[in-house]
Structures are given as structure tokens and as C-alpha cells.
Write a protein that binds this ligand. Structure first.
Ligand code: SF4
Length: 422
């Protein structure tokens, strides 16, 4: 115990998407192999890393505020190492260093902390192998949706070789992981930049052979890039879960064009119908932006009608806000009033609450397979293959187990049940 207390400490502050969370987890594992231990208290850390996000202006502001707040700590303890990674760190590190001289190191998203020479960057240890794991498979994005800053900050697409990914997943499974979620800003373009041009369907087929691995998910998909091969792989590979995130963003062709998404509403409908035809009981989720520049009431209604018609399991809705550096911020006037954006957002949320209530109520009395992730509020919690959150009570340690749970209560957001075991 005493020995533990003498270890130097690291603190990682993370905001943003699952990709950032996965990378923070990898960083944490790396620091632990270097002899550090985690602390939730920044003031007592020897290394502080901020893993930043810039998708929204508010996220970037949080990073800047956090950095300003850390100035006095760095002044009191100059030996503290302060580092910043994530999407905020773009190619212009010189300028960032000038603006924030109290930061010791800036390093790009997904990169190793270059000032720590020793250590196996890619190795997985028990410290970062839980029942579920996020596995980044492709960084960056070659699409330039007009509202999105990601391609400017994360750069062009860069895929990890299949062997690297297989090695990491095998290691994690050996240490207890049962489910992996493959991550990328656009997972559907995985592999086009690799020598043999494997695609996501090939990668899924390889992963499906790993003994001990029970489930595979992947996100985020781009409707324009999702191939028929991938849909077939989803339908045929037993470990690939019946769940898909497929952001549509708008139900209006004019708005989709202004967003530069590269597909029409008709294309999207055809794709969703085909996925549902081939992948039995698949749960679809989508993302929507309301109040995009010049979005009329009629165009919003088209989005509303699309959602009412397709009946997604989950809808993530955001009100448009201009992101400086993007095409939309430069060329399109943010002319939908904030109150109107809020009204449209509320309408989508209310619609979706009703749909999710009905979909989840359909599971009442059925038995679902749950992978138990941990405990919350005195109950075990886990997810179904269709990504529904399930809570149940049990006095045994169920972490990491796949259990049959009989659903006794449902809500739009989660399910409650009882284990069907002796
Ligand atoms: S697909 Fe579009 S929204 Fe997604 S990361 Fe790329 S540019 Fe951004």
C-alpha cells in the first residue's frame, strides 16, 4: 500500500466523443506501465493531460478555460508536467505554445506522449481492460460536411492495420473484455488507405473469429459510404450486434445539400429499409441537426416526418451552432432564431420519447441477453445486443457476465429486469 502511495500520479481530463475516451484510456494504460498511478484530483498529479474536443465552440471554450485555471497550479508547482492532446491540437503547435506558454507539451490526437521515451505504447494491461472496450480503427475524415470542424483538426483518414487491431482485441479478450466497439469518425471508409485495401466487412469477419469475444459494434457510419458488403457482414456474422448508428442529420434534400452530406433522403430511406430487411430486429439510431442556416418550417417538418416514419430506437438531436473554420460558418448565415431552434429541438425530443416508449414497451416480458458492465445506484447495469440499457438486482458479482434478463419494466431510456438464472 505504502509503495502505491509513493508512485507518481497522472490525471487525465477528457471531453468529447468516444474516440477521445478510448484514447484517454490508452494513455492511462501507458502511464501506468511507466509506473504512474491515476488520480482524480488534478492538484495532486505529477502529469496532467487535457484531452480536448473542438466539435462545438463551447467545447473549445472549456479547454481554454481549463488551461487558464491551471496556470496558478503550474506556477506553484513548476515541476508539474502539463500536456494537451485531442482535436484542439492541430498542426499549428507553435502558435498554441505561444498562446499557452505554461503548457509543456502539445501532442496530436491518438499520438503517444513523445517526451516519455520508454514503454510499449500499444500494449494493453488489466488496468484498462473492462468488459467492454472502444477500439479506434480509423482516424480523421475525408468528408467535408459543411458544419463540421473534424477534418480540419483530425486530418485525413488514416486506418490502423488489421493485424494491429486483431492484436489489441485478442489482448483485451485475454484480460476479460467481451465486447468491442470499433471507432472512427467514419468507420465505413476503413481500410482504403491500407496496402491490401481491406474494408470494414473484412475486419469484422476477422474479429468474428476471436474466441472469447462475444460482441462487436462499430460507429460512426456515413450513409453515403455504407456498402452492401457491410450490411451482409452484419447479417451473417454472429458476433456483430444488431445495432447501427447512421446519422441522417436532416429530412430535407435542400438542407442535406447545404450540409454537403452526399446523399438524398430517398437514398437514406432505401439504405435503412435494406438494413432492416437483412438484419433482423436491428436497432437504428440517428443524429439530427435542427435550425441549420435557412431551414424553413417546411424543411423542418420533412425531418420530423422522416423520424416519425422511420421510428429510430434513439435520436441524438442538436441545435445548429456555427463552428468557426467551417464552410457553413464562412458562407451561410446562422439565421434561424435561437427560440425557434429550441422549439424544433423540443419537438424532435418529444416525438422520439413517444417512439422510444413504444419500442421499449415491446420488450416487456421478453428475455434479453445483457453484458453486465458494472454497478450503479445499487443495481447492476449492462446492455443488450441492440444497445438498450438494462438494470437489475443481484447479490452476486456479475461484472463481465452475459446473462439472460427477463424485462419487467420499461421506459424510453432504459429497461429493468430480473436474471433468469438459478
Ligand atoms: S462525416 Fe462529416 S460530420 Fe462526420 S466527421 Fe466527417 S466531416 Fe464531420
Amino acid at each position: 500500500m505504502q509503495e502505491l502511495q509513493e508512485k507518481p500520479k497522472y490525471h487525465i481530463w477528457t471531453i468529447g466523443c468516444q474516440m477521445n475516451k478510448a484514447e484517454s484510456e490508452r494513455l492511462g494504460g501507458f502511464f501506468e506501465r511507466q509506473g504512474y498511478q491515476a488520480t482524480a484530483v488534478a492538484d495532486e498529479a505529477d502529469i496532467i493531460v487535457l484531452n480536448s474536443c473542438v466539435v462545438r465552440q463551447s467545447a473549445e471554450n472549456r479547454v481554454v478555460n481549463k488551461l487558464h485555471a491551471l496556470k496558478s497550479l503550474k506556477k506553484q508547482r513548476p515541476e508539474l508536467t502539463l500536456a494537451v492532446t485531442g482535436c484542439w491540437v492541430d498542426s499549428n503547435i507553435d502558435q498554441l505554445s505561444k498562446g499557452f506558454p505554461h503548457v509543456d507539451h502539445f501532442f496530436g490526437p491518438g499520438e503517444r506522449p513523445y517526451w516519455l521515451e520508454k514503454g510499449d505504447w500499444d500494449r494493453v494491461t488489466e488496468a484498462n481492460a473492462g468488459p467492454t472496450a472502444y477500439i479506434p480503427i480509423i482516424q480523421g475524415c475525408n468528408n467535408f460536411c459543411s458544419y463540421c470542424i473534424v477534418p480540419y483538426r483530425r486530418g485525413r483518414e488514416k486506418s490502423r492495420p488489421v493485424d494491429d487491431i486483431m492484436h489489441e482485441v485478442r489482448e483485451r479478450v485475454r484480460l476479460g473484455t467481451r465486447e468491442v466497439t470499433l471507432l472512427g469518425q467514419n468507420v465505413d471508409s476503413y481500410g482504403h488507405d491500407l496496402p491490401d485495401r481491406p474494408d470494414l466487412a473484412d475486419l469484422l469477419a476477422e474479429l468474428n473469429t476471436i474466441e472469447g469475444l462475444a460482441r462487436i459494434r462499430f460507429l460512426t457510419n456515413h450513409p453515403k459510404d455504407m456498402s452492401p458488403r457491410l450490411i451482409t457482414a452484419m447479417a451473417e456474422l454472429d458476433k456483430v450486434c444488431e445495432q447501427l448508428s447512421l446519422p441522417v442529420q436532416s429530412g430535407s434534400n435542400d438542407i442535406l445539400k447545404a450540409m454537403r452530406r452526399g446523399y438524398t433522403v430517398e437514398d437514406y430511406r432505401r439504405l435503412a429499409t435494406e438494413i432492416r430487411r437483412q438484419v433482423a430486429r436491428v436497432a437504428l439510431s440517428t443524429d439530427i441537426i435542427v435550425g441549420f442556416p435557412s431551414e424553413t418550417e417546411q424543411q423542418f417538418q420533412e425531418t420530423y416526418n422522416l423520424l416519425a416514419g422511420l421510428r429510430f430506437d434513439t435520436v441524438h438531436v442538436a441545435a445548429y451552432s456555427p463552428r468557426s473554420g467551417t464552410i457553413a460558418a464562412r458562407e451561410l448565415e446562422d439565421n434561424v432564431p435561437a427560440t425557434e431552434k429550441k422549439r424544433r429541438l423540443n419537438m424532435v425530443e418529444q416525438l422520439q420519447e413517444g417512439i422510444a416508449t413504444e419500442i421499449n414497451a415491446g420488450l416487456l416480458g421478453t428475455t434479453v441477453e445483457v453484458l453486465v458492465e458494472g454497478r450503479k445506484g445499487g443495481k447492476w447495469q449492462g446492455r443488450t445486443r441492440t444497445d438498450k440499457l438494462v438494470f437489475f438486482k443481484d447479490t452476486n458479482n456479475r461484472r463481465g457476465q452475459l446473462l439472460p434478463i427477463r424485462i419487467e419494466q420499461t421506459s424510453p431510456w432504459s429497461l429493468q429486469g430480473k436474471p433468469e438464472i438459478e
